[in-house]
Ligand binder design. Structure first.
Ligand code: UD1
Ligand code: MG
Length: 450
């Protein structure tokens, strides 16, 4: 079934008390509205339209960073949810499939729920996602007649009997796109908020003899975020779910509450993640990996059998091959570490390719930045880089080569060669003893004088 996503993300979110629009606040390493995009992505939509208003440029950038095919349209004035959805009309011109409307501030809708809505849409004109609210508060109320949804009444417009209804509107709508825009055309703003309510399409559809129904989900899925406290609560909920998923997938977490996951973290079976590890966005970890305590990972891939940390930092573009070792106080950025290769202590490897079976000595640095441009370091297989080597990029070190400790390598090193680039050692016999004598005498004289 062909689908299009319409994500409403134009609101300011006054209660966040922020210069940043609400939908750009981060949850598990992604802007709030990207979670809605991610939930909908499982439907393989033909179109994803994000309706942006406050901070539209920033919203556009974030939307395209997640999905470069997303269309971002502007709602310059926030006149209500129906008015917001109407802004997607041009982007969906000629599209005859089902449009799913999602709210940008509602990040937990599961894709299984959207599947159920798509299924219901096959036999109903309008499908609304509802939930039984423990505290219905100010949610819109779903007025049912048997299995038929008759209309949605907003809290502000509801009478006492309607306010007593506990079946509430989540905001998610599924409807054929041409019908959706047709119904939206008929929505007015004669209500307590003087807004164009998307929820009015249900009553309008029923008045035309069309069918409307409700798919229900757990209240936790429809959690909307309005305040920073709610954002923190949502983060906790996300992390709890990510931990449960990790256990389910065969990941060992001895101190689960200290591990922080991102919205897209993928971890394989029999991987051990020790306490206090942070996963930023874009991390994939294969099976049988060990991530030791206090490591920080983002935008990287770790192949099976590798050991990372403790205290390792893997930045975007770090690629660890099988059985690689990255030890304490090592930073890797945009670099491929070959199979079984070791970078065990106190090193920076950036913009580099390291072959298999290579050993990088403690304190090694790839000097990748000349103040203006970045340059690449290429190190072959079975290389031994001596401790405290500076590799001034661009530079190539051939297979089987060695560098002497403390070298500053500024030109390429041939395969199997030993490169030493440091001042030669000078030895002065007896000089140390003499120096000690002189210095001690000086100190004694000073102490006598005072
Ligand atoms: C809406 C529903 C209500 C439901 C509740 C669930 C309507 C009229 N009401 O109310 O039935 O129970 O959500 O949380 O739809 N937005 C725009 N442009 C606008 C207005 C809103 O993009 O002009 C976006 C907001 O950024 C937000 C979403 O639409 O992401 C929902 O808007 P909001 O004002 O929060 O609606 P509610 O009053 O919560
Ligand atoms: Mg709301």
């Amino acid at each position: 079934m062909k689908t299009a996503l319409v994500i409403l993300a134009a609101g300011k979110g006054t209660r966040m008390n922020s210069d940043l629009p609400k939908v750009l606040h981060q949850l598990a390493g992604a802007p709030l509205f990207v979670h809605a995009m991610q939930a909908g992505a499982s439907l393989a939509p033909e179109h994803t339209v994000v309706v942006a208003g406050h901070g539209a440029d920033m919203v556009r950038k974030a939307a395209l960073a997640y999905d470069e095919t997303a269309q971002v349209v502007a709602q310059t004035e926030q006149l209500g949810t129906a008015h917001a959805a109407a802004q997607a009309r041009d982007a969906l011109a000629g599209f005859e499939g089902t449009a799913i409307v999602l709210f940008g501030d509602t990040p937990f809708v599961r894709h299984e729920t959207l599947d159920a809505m798509m299924e219901a849409q096959a036999s109903h004109d309008v499908v609304i996602l509802g939930f039984e609210a423990a505290d219905p508060g100010r949610y819109g109320r779903l007025v049912m007649a048997g299995d038929t949804l008759e209309r949605i009444v907003e809290f502000k417009d509801a009478d006492a009997a309607e306010r007593a209804i506990t079946l509430c509107n989540s905001g998610v709508v599924a409807c054929k796109a041409p019908l959706l825009f047709d119904l939206i055309d008929a929505v007015d703003n004669n209500n307590a908020s003087e807004e164009y309510y998307l929820t009015d399409i249900v009553g309008l559809a029923r008045a035309r003899g069309l069918s409307a129904t409700v798919v229900t989900c757990d209240e936790a899925e429809t959690l909307g975020i309005n305040t920073r406290a709610e954002l923190a609560g949502a983060e906790a909920a996300f992390q709890a779910r990510a931990r449960a998923d990790a256990f389910e997938n065969g990941v060992t977490l001895p101190a689960p509450e200290t591990v922080h996951f991102a919205f897209d973290t993928v971890i394989g079976r029999d991987t051990l993640v020790e306490p206090n590890v942070v996963f930023g966005p874009g991390v994939t970890v294969e099976s049988g990996v060990t991530v030791r305590a206090f490591s920080h990972l983002e935008g990287c891939h770790i192949a099976r059998g590798a050991i990372v940390g403790p205290y390792a930092r893997l930045r975007p573009g770090a690629e660890l091959s099988e059985d690689a070792r990255v030890g304490n106080f090592v930073e890797i950025k945009n670099a491929r570490i070959g199979t079984g290769t070791k970078v065990n202590h106190l090193s920076y490897i950036g913009d580099a390719t390291l072959g298999r079976g290579t050993n990088i000595g403690a304190g090694t640095i790839t000097c990748n930045y000349d103040g203006v441009m970045k340059h690449h370091t290429d190190i072959g297989e079975n290389v031994f880089i001596g401790s405290n080597t500076m590799l001034v990029a661009p530079v190539h070190v051939g297979d089987g080569a060695m560098t002497g400790s403390g070298s500053v390598i500024t030109s390429d090193v041939d395969a199997d060669a030993l490169a030493i680039a440091r001042a030669p050692q000078v030895e002065k016999p007896g000089m140390a003893a003499k120096l000690f004598q002189i210095l001690k005498a000086k100190k004694a004289k000073l102490q006598r004088g005072s």
